[in-house]
Design a protein around this ligand. Structure first.
Ligand code: ASP
Ligand code: MG
Length: 440
């Protein structure tokens, strides 16, 4: 029997209620757990890096006391291993802060070192908590079980896992429940790395691939939702294909980390997303899904560039020149559209890339361009989405993201919520009527 992988997110590891499912699966045995940092800790660590690098008054005590509070709440503040790791990371943070202030810039490798602290503490605290519940749990850093990443700071990939399977299976056979850090790694070159924010999902997906099991992703909602529950009454989507999950994530939906879905797809891992507070699994992500719209995703952090110029009519390679100028400037083009015979092209980029994009377009001779900041983008994801469902009044641009899987509209920012609500109704109706659909 393959060892099952169960990953617990930041909210799930932060309270006894959130850890209820962890206790249950650990008691049943045959599992390895992957954990995120406690809720809010990675954000605080990130802030620490930025503030220290800019010479501000910084206090490593803030993220540390967040960790201590959780350890106390879980009743394991006096556990030897917990005390040891808290002491160790306290020393580490104080030293790194001094170095960052002296450097005067947020060095990416030091950032990774600081961020790694969140998961390292959480793994020790969760293991101690499980021990206090009578489970033989033991904490491991991802490198202790043989996972090796690329050297790329901030967004490393897991590239090697020699001996991992044998090691984990051996522990499990001996009745141990390994509790492994998500999100962080050690690289080929020996550096501490991180896998990208939200990257614990990715650790879990790779580990499941290595062990030949499913990946259970436990969070604080019932699964992947039809839309942002903060905007509209959303429902759980019972099943999504890998392709749909990647696109939904990239389009702004709060779902799995896209790298996790990609790894799962490549390694043949079925992902099950559930609520650790209730123990209920709401969404399965796997190969293929029933046709129809499933998720309405939206993003407000985008700008729309409209590029025009006489040269754009009947001139080969025009779009190529625009996109390569943007690419050379390091701008990631989120969407692009142009109509036959019209001398302009619309390009959607993230707000963070707006300045670089403007510079790149200024450097192109013979083109005019304009920029709109007050826009948002709404994407309906689902294989076989009928574009007539996505007829949105007042849309500035519409385009198909990937034939038959997603349809995107750019609308004025103030219309985004209304558009999301309208489209979410379409999705809900479709899910209810589709085979295998219905209420989560
Ligand atoms: N703790 C990391 C983050 O907040 C990784 C994760 O939660 O998946 O981004
Ligand atoms: Mg997450």
């Amino acid at each position: 029997m393959a060892v099952e992988v169960h990953k617990f997110g930041g909210t799930s590891v932060s309270s006894v209620d959130g850890l209820r499912t962890a206790v249950r699966v650990a008691e049943d045995g045959g599992v390895v757990l992957v954990v995120s940092a406690f809720a809010g800790v990675t954000d605080e660590l990130e802030r620490l890096v930025v503030e220290a690098a800019s010479g501000g008054a910084v206090d490593p005590g803030v993220p540390l006391s967040l960790c201590e509070e959780r350890a106390e709440e879980l009743g394991v503040a006096e556990d030897g291993e917990v005390r040891e790791v808290l002491g160790e990371v306290g020393d580490l943070l104080r030293s790194v802060v001094v170095i960052l202030r002296q450097l005067g810039r947020p060095d990416p490798r030091l950032r990774d070192l600081v961020l790694s602290v969140g998961e390292r503490v959480a793994a020790r605290v969760v293991a101690a908590f499980l021990r206090s519940e009578g489970v033989e749990a033991r904490a491991f850093d991802s490198w202790d079980i043989g996972l090796v990443t690329s050297d790329q700071p901030g967004n490393a990939d897991i590239v090697r896992w020699e001996g991992t399977r044998g090691l984990v299976e051996g522990l499990v056979e001996d009745g141990v429940v390994p509790v492994v850090t998500g999100f962080i790694g050690r690289s080929v070159g020996g550096y501490v790395t991180t896998l990208g924010r939200g990257g614990s999902d990715y650790t879990a997906a790779v580990l499941a691939g290595v062990l030949g099991s499913d990946a259970f992703i436990w969070t604080d909602v019932d699964g992947i939702m039809t839309a942002d529950p903060g905007v509209v009454e959303a429902e759980v989507v019972p099943r999504l294909s890998y392709e749909e999950a990647v696109i939904a994530g990239a389009s702004g939906a709060e779902v799995l980390h896209p790298k996790a879905v990609e790894a799962a797809m490549n390694m043949g891992v079925v992902i099950r997303v559930g609520n650790s507070f209730t123990g209920r699994v709401g969404t399965v992500v796997c190969e293929g899904s029933p046709p129809g719209p499933k998720v309405v995703a939206h993003r407000l952090d985008v700008v729309l560039l409209t590029v025009r110029g006489a040269k754009m009519v009947d001139e080969p390679g025009v779009i190529g020149r625009i996109t390569s100028a943007l690419g050379d400037a390091g701008v990631n083009v989120l969407a692009i559209s142009s109509a036959v015979s019209e001398p302009f092209v619309n390009v959607l980029v993230s707000e963070d890339d707006a300045e670089a994009a403007a510079g790149a377009l200024d450097g192109l001779e013979g083109y005019d361009w304009g920029l709109r900041e007050d826009v948002g983008v709404v994407t309906v994801v689902g294989r076989g989405v009928d574009p007539s469902l996505v007829r949105v009044e007042g849309a500035l641009v519409g385009c198909s993201a990937l034939e038959g899987v997603a349809y995107t509209v750019v609308v004025p920012e103030e219309d985004v919520e209304g558009v999301v609500r309208g489209l979410a109704r379409v999705v809900t109706r479709s899910l209810r009527s589709s085979v295998g659909g219905g209420r989560g």
